[in-house]
Every structure is written in C-alpha cells, then in structure tokens.
Design a protein around this ligand. Structure first.
Ligand SMILES: *Cc1c(COP(=O)(O)O)cnc(C)c1O
Length: 426
C-alpha cells in the first residue's frame, strides 16, 4: 500500500481515460433507471447503485472512500456535521434502555449530546476520567452497556487518550471502542491500529482545514465481532423488518455496522453531507499531510514560547516535555500533536479579556483547526452552558484559553502573542 502522504493525494478517486482530474461535484438529488425492476433491486439492497443523494452520492462517496482509506477501515459515510457523526456512531448500536460510557474530557458539544440529549431518549451514560484505571472502567460496565467513547486528542484540553488500553478493557467485556479522531486526523494517528473499532470525525476541522464547510465522518474498522454478542447488538444480528427481514451481519459481514448506519440512520434521520461540501473536504484532504505536520511544528514552538513567559500560569500541549500527556503522545502521536494548545494567564479574567482583545493576527472564533490562527475562551464562549462544577468535571479550567495555531509563519504568531501580552499589562 502506498504511504499515507500519497494516499492523501490519491485515495478515493481514480479518474479513467478522458475523465476530469479533479473529482466532479455531482449536484443532483436523484439518478435515473431504465426499468422498474432495476429500481426495486436497489430498494431491497440486492444491488448497489445511486438513487437518492440522502443515501448516497458519487462526490460524497469519493470523499468517504478517501477518509476510509486513510483510517484503514472497511467503509465510511459522511454526515452533515461532526455532531451528526457522533450521534450516528452511538445510536447505530444503542437505544432506549441502554447504557454507554465516555471519557469526561470530550468536546463540549459531544458532552452535551451524550450527557443531556441522549438520556432524554433513554440512553444512560457514565462519564469516566480519561485516566480511569482498568478496574474503574470495568466497574462502570453494566449488562446493558453498548459502547465506550473517547477522543484521541480531547477538545479543548488536548489530552491524549490511551486508545490501546481502553480498547483492551472494552474488548475484554464485549464492547466496541469509538474514538473521535478529529484533532489528530488519520495522518497523525490511526486509532484502528491501536484497537479502536469505530472512528468519528468532525471534518469541519483539519480535514477541511480552511474553515469552509461543516461536516462529519463515521468510519468502521470492520473488526468488531458483533456476531459474538448477538443479544447485545440485536440491531445488527437479527432481521431488520424495514428491509424485508435482512440481517446486517449475515448480509454485509464486516461492513454490517457501516451499512446499517447508511441504510437505517441516513435513511431515517437524513443528516447527509452535500456534494459541494464533500468536494471541499476532498480538496482539503489532498494537502492534509502537509498542513497537519506544519500545524503541529508551529504549535510546539508557540507552546514552548508561552511556557517561558512570566505572564503565563500554565501551558497544556502533549508535545511539550513534562506535559501530562507527553508519554502517551510519544506512543500515539510521534509525528506531532496538532495545532491546538491550551494555556492560562496569571492576571485573572479581566487580564484575559484585555489580552484577547489586543490580539491582531489571531482572531476570536468559535473554531479551531484551520489555516488561520484563532483563539477561544471556553468558559466564556463554547462551554458557557456548563457550571463551574461541570467545567471542572470536564477538566476545563475557568482560565483556559484554547489557541489554534494556523499556517502563518510561527514567528508572526508569537509576535502577535507578545504584543497582546504587553498590551494587556498596560
Ligand atoms: C468540533 C468537534 C465536534 C463537533 O463537530 P461539528 O462539525 O462542529 O458538528 C465533535 N468532536 C470534536 C472533537 C470536535 O472538535
């Protein structure tokens, strides 16, 4: 198999003779057939083919195949957002009366989805610290537990998830591990290689990389043995009456989970990605390998510079020596830890705000992980809905500043930080 950089450029799309070099945007809701029987076979899942863009579209499929190739899965689908990808990942195998486990340092939107919204639909959750011991994880597992969820690099705390260890505990107890690989991207870490079963992405971040399109992806490793636990995963292992009684594991084997996500969840919930957005992602993926390494190198420089500043109370970046996640980063992210870092200033909330207001090159945005350097204060912005207690439980210090290092020259980024710190002191 070609190396990952080559696959970023080529995976998913191979034009034939006389066909466009860059993937065409198939801006069509539907596709035509010649006979009634041809169409019927599609609806029975007897044949594969395009019929309606909510379910499948050629441009969307190219980008899904590209992400699937990079992650090393058996199949992937694109969703309208990262939120939809995580929702699908969970409810594809968990429903009312079930229980799930998640690391408590995950992205605020996912924390809310799993901790507030899904419980309203009868899915119970236990949040555990990402450094919970194997015994603590096992103690949280119940007979109705369906899955375990964590983030390779947590947003915003950039803590590294010990994928291999969590996967081992999950598998010992007959559970799949779902890993949100948004910040690492498949260039820096491929969770399937460490035992994760399902990977999700907010493609809105580095995969897009330019801040143009909200999107998500769901990737199936094909490795989880659903058949071994038929009582735990009846949706995959028993007949689906909405498809004439077909059984996903029997009919689709290793791809059972991802086929069900398309034919069931995408059909019914419709959080589909537009062909136009899939095109942008396809374009972004072709330079992902260059961008994410540069983001990582610059972020390490910025983190080291901040750490040496007297105004800075603390810096969190797994690439920094002495960081709590440094050893895990050496294992899972040897090529870099993305462009996101966190720090706290010594001057209190008013000083923080003067500092944020004084930044010039760096912009205040509810965003991370694109080519423009940007900054956010979660306690005042994204995580406003959390109480101080919940913030603490989610591992977010009230003084935490989330800083996303872009693709500008790192010296200019550092100069901007320096002038803003000086300005805030006035
Ligand atoms: C942004 C983000 C999400 C949500 O993705 P959207 O595309 O904004 O819906 C989920 N997980 C992580 C780790 C994220 O950073």
């Amino acid at each position: 198999m070609a190396k990952i950089d080559t696959r970023c450029v080529h995976a998913g799309y191979k034009p034939g003779k006389g066909e466009p070099r860059q993937v065409p945007i198939v801006q069509s809701t539907t596709f035509k057939y010649e006979t009634s029987d041809q169409m019927a076979k599609l609806f029975d899942l007897e044949e594969s083919g395009y019929f309606y863009t909510r379910l499948q579209n050629p441009t969307v499929d190219v980008t899904a195949a590209q992400i699937n190739d990079l992650e090393g899965g058996v199949g992937a689908i694109l969703t309208s957002s990262g939120q939809a990808a995580n929702l699908f990942a969970v409810i594809n195998i968990a429903g009312a009366g079930d229980h799930i486990i998640a690391a408590n340092n995950i992205y605020g939107g996912t924390f809310n989805l799993l901790g507030v919204t899904l419980p309203k639909f009868g899915i119970d959750i236990t949040f555990l610290k990402a450094d919970a011991t194997d015994q603590e994880i096992e103690a949280a597992i119940r007979p109705n537990t369906k899955l375990i969820f964590g983030e390779t690099l947590s947003n915003p705390g950039v803590e590294v998830f010990d994928i291999e260890r969590w996967a081992a505990v999950a598998h010992k107890n007959g559970l799949p591990l779902i890993v949100d690989n948004t910040f690492a991207t498949p260039v820096l870490c491929r969770p399937f290689e460490w035992g994760a079963d399902i990977v999700t992405h907010s493609t809105t971040k580095y995969i897009d990389g330019h801040g143009v399109s909200v999107g998500g992806a769901l990737v199936d490793s094909g490795n989880f043995p659903w058949d071994k636990y038929p009582d735990r995963f009846p949706g995959l292992t028993t007949p689906d009456e909405s498809y004439h009684g077909l059984t996903y594991t029997k009919k689709f084997g290793k791809a059972a989970y991802i086929v069900k996500a398309t034919t069931h969840l995408m059909r019914d919930l419709g959080s589909t990605q537009s062909p136009q957005n899939a095109f942008y992602l396809h374009l972004g993926l072709q330079t992902l390998h260059l961008r994410i390494r540069r983001h990582s190198q610059s972020a390490l420089k910025v983190a080291q510079w901040l750490k040496a500043r007297p105004e800075v109370a603390w810096v969190q970046y797994p690439g920094l020596e002495g960081d709590a996640s440094h050893a895990l980063a050496a294992k899972y992210l040897p090529e870099g830890c993305s462009g996101v870092l966190c720090f706290g200033l010594k001057g209190g909330r008013a000083f923080d705000n003067r500092f944020l207001d004084a930044l010039k090159l760096t912009t205040i945005e509810t965003h991370v992980a694109d080519c423009h350097t940007c900054v956010l204060h979660p306690a005042s912005h994204t995580h406003r809905q959390l109480s101080d207690e919940q913030l603490k439980a989610a591992g977010i210090a009230p003084d935490l500043i989330r800083f996303s290092v872009g693709l500008e020259d790192p010296e200019d980024i550092i100069a901007d930080l320096e002038q803003a710190l000086n300005e805030a002191k006035k």
